[in-house]
Design a protein around this ligand. Structure first.
Ligand code: 2AM
Ligand code: CA
Ligand code: CA
Ligand code: CA
Length: 269
């Protein structure tokens, strides 16, 4: 993607994500419709839908040739990575949004011919915007994030994962996962994949492991993490396909390697 074109798209996307966040903040205490999708705890609200529609309308009028892949179904039916695709999660962390009114984000990853060019993750209630453009680094509210330090060990790391990893699960023996959280310095569950990716990029989490995520959960985050020297794979250490749902493991390169080799591989079902 041409640099000037990318810069224009970045500035536009940035103004839209800030505006969409402002709209959400202004109606955070108003009543909203809450429903569920795949199970009673998989929530969706009228705000998830209206935020997604906001982006669809903006993108289709300003960039009619661009495509959109988004969670709530207002986007395009995408089968290939051809062209420019906006991969959007209008609210990442809907359960937090509904029950905590905080700890959620808007996530936008912009891919051109399959390559991640622009990533934006907006922590709406804290008004913190993480951004990245390919090859130009990652930023938090305009301040450049330093590359991840080398020489980091698991024993001094904080790992993001849900407690369900410690219960019997289809992917990894729970005893191995228990050993992992006992070996790490600490573990955290934030409930927003996009924010957890941003925390890995910021260097405040050394890893984030999840059983199954969709393109919109990871599209922006992968670009951010990549820009500071972090890595993102599936649980088997394979490259992620940006159009597919998969297990996801992002983190500091050294800690990622250690967790894969000494833990996941041993307990993988
Ligand atoms: P969401 O809030 O946009 O649905 C919760 O731990 C994290 O996992 C959130 O980022 C959430 O995104 C994501 N997630 C992905 N698939 C999910 C599902 N089926 N149910 C609940 N959360 C899901
Ligand atoms: Ca959802
Ligand atoms: Ca999500
Ligand atoms: Ca969502």
């Amino acid at each position: 993607m041409d640099k000037l074109v990318r810069e224009e798209i970045f500035n536009t996307a940035k103004s839209w994500i800030l505006e969409a966040g402002n709209i959400i903040r202004n109606k955070i205490n108003e009543p909203m419709e809450i429903g569920s999708k795949s199970n009673p705890n998989d929530l969706v609200t009228s705000v998830d839908r209206s935020t997604e529609e906001y982006f669809v309308n903006k993108i289709k009028s300003k960039y009619p040739k661009h495509l959109l892949l988004s969670e709530e179904g207002f986007g395009d039916n995408i089968q290939t990575v051809d062209g420019t695709i906006w991969i959007i999660d209008p609210i990442d962390g809907t359960m937090n949004f509904v029950q905590q009114k905080r700890n959620f984000a808007i996530s936008i990853g912009i891919y051109h011919e399959g390559i991640g060019e622009i990533g934006l993750i907006y922590n709406v209630m804290e008004d913190i915007l993480y951004t990245a453009t390919r090859g130009e680094g990652a930023y938090k509210n305009g301040q450049k994030l330093p590359p991840l330090k080398s020489g980091v060990v698991l024993e001094e790391s904080i790992v993001g994962l849900t407690h369900l990893w410690l219960c019997e699960n289809p992917l990894v023996d729970e005893r191995v996962m228990q050993e992992l959280v006992q070996t790490a310095r600490g573990s955290r569950t934030y409930g927003s994949a996009a924010l957890e990716f941003a925390y890995v990029a910021e260097g405040v989490l050394e890893g984030y492991l999840t059983m199954s995520l969709s393109p919109w959960d990871i599209a922006a985050g992968m670009i951010l993490v990549n820009e500071v020297g972090g890595v993102s794979t599936n649980l088997d250490g394979n490259v992620l396909d940006i159009l597919k749902r998969d297990s996801v493991f992002t983190g500091h390169p050294e800690v990622h390697k250690r967790i894969l080799e000494d833990f996941i591989k041993k307990g993988r079902k």
